[in-house]
Design a protein around this ligand. Structure first.
Ligand code: GLA
Length: 355
């Protein structure tokens, strides 16, 4: 009999390009998720169906394309010493693809949750996040950090997840938007992603080089005062983003602890400015969406995810959402950009069985 499991996409409230620097992140799970209907097989073989396409593989089949995310999870579990049950997996998802909302992590984490349950495997949640990341790093070949898989696995309804990416120590921070009369508007700019993988890898390398030059294990350990020791101006800018962004995450967490949700707005905007000017991962569509949202009264706005396209989040009073949407639509039309798409996002549950 088939059992059903799901794992969500995410937005990151703040803490961007900090995860692979051992820093802090603050994502929450979206209501959008990947759902897997899973049936146990009595042999080590996996048949996966998604969007009308079916792929069957066993342990000797090299798998490419979208099914590599599934085969990668099987591989990562086996590589860690677990016995993975064969299965028939039927996938469906409403996480927008290629919008920087972690559709791949949702896929990996949904499949992982299904296989862990079917196989009766005893794997703590943080280790599951690492295994899903390993599938993507080592099997699919994308050098992402832990943010997306941790968010999909560890987030809980009504909370933002404050995560230390060095230790995976975490705190669920109550994030009651509706109770404050506020909403997070997600603006999908639909900007074409170009050079994403190469640019992402280049940012990682620059951060690692800067940390090495400063003699610290990761930029998490560096201070603004040390930046003058770097003679490469590019590394200075990249490191300055990471150091200031980590501090902004801590500042947002402390504001949320005091119930001052509106007051996080300027920190969200400062994060965007830093990603635009120092980390250079924005594109004109992202900057335009942020500027238009702010001009229409949003308390703060920033790109979320890896950048180079994808989504902006804007924090605004619920009644001003229509005005924010109108302003962004108009700014995009004026610049001849593809029309953006909008939805509001409440912090939703992480991966688990669907009853
Ligand atoms: C992508 C990666 C994450 C993280 C973000 C930037 O989403 O998958 O690991 O690095 O970019 O914060």
């Amino acid at each position: 009999m088939a059992e059903t499991f799901a794992a969500p996409g995410r937005v990151n409230l703040i803490g961007e390009h900090t995860d692979y620097c051992d820093g802090f992140v603050l994502p929450f799970a979206l209501p959008h998720r990947t759902v897997v209907s899973a049936t146990l097989l009595d042999r080590p073989e996996w048949t996966v169906t998604s969007r009308g396409e079916t792929v069957t593989f066993d342990l000797s089949t090299p798998v490419t394309g979208w099914a590599a995310y599934v085969a990668g999870v099987v591989w990562a579990l086996r590589d860690a010493g677990y016995t993975v049950p064969g299965a028939v997996l039927d996938l469906s998802s409403d996480v927008p693809l290629g919008a920087g909302l972690s559709s791949s992590a949702a896929l990996e984490c949904a499949v992982l949750t299904a296989l862990v349950s079917l196989g009766g495997l005893d794997i703590p949640l943080p280790e599951r996040a690492f295994l899903a990341q390993r599938a993507e790093n080592a099997y699919v070949g994308v050098p992402c950090g832990i943010l997306d898989q941790a968010a999909s696995t560890l987030c809980t309804e009504g909370h933002a997840l404050f995560l230390d990416c060095r230790t995976l120590a975490m705190e669920q921070i109550p994030f009651d938007l509706a109770g404050s009369g506020l909403a997070i508007l997600v603006i999908d700019t639909r900007a074409p992603h170009s050079h994403v993988d190469g640019e992402y890898a280049a940012r990682r390398t620059a951060c690692e080089s800067a940390a090495q030059a400063l003699g610290v294990p990761a930029l998490r350990d560096a201070t603004l005062g040390q930046l003058s020791l770097l003679d490469n101006p590019l590394w200075v800018r990249r490191a300055r983003h990471v150091i200031t962004e980590n501090q902004r995450v801590l500042d947002v967490v402390s504001l949320l602890h005091s119930g001052r949700v509106r007051d996080i707005g300027p920190l969200l905007t400062a994060s965007h400015v830093s990603l635009r000017d120092d980390f250079e991962v924005t594109v004109p569509e992202l900057d335009t969406a942020v500027d238009a949202a702010l001009s229409a009264g949003a308390y703060g706005a920033r790109m979320t995810g890896g950048g180079f396209g994808g989504c902006v989040i804007a924090l605004a009073d619920s009644p001003s959402l229509p005005a924010v949407e109108t302003a962004v639509r108009k700014a995009f039309a004026d610049k001849g950009f593809t029309a953006p798409e909008f939805f509001t996002a409440l912090p939703s549950p992480g991966a688990g069985p669907v009853h």
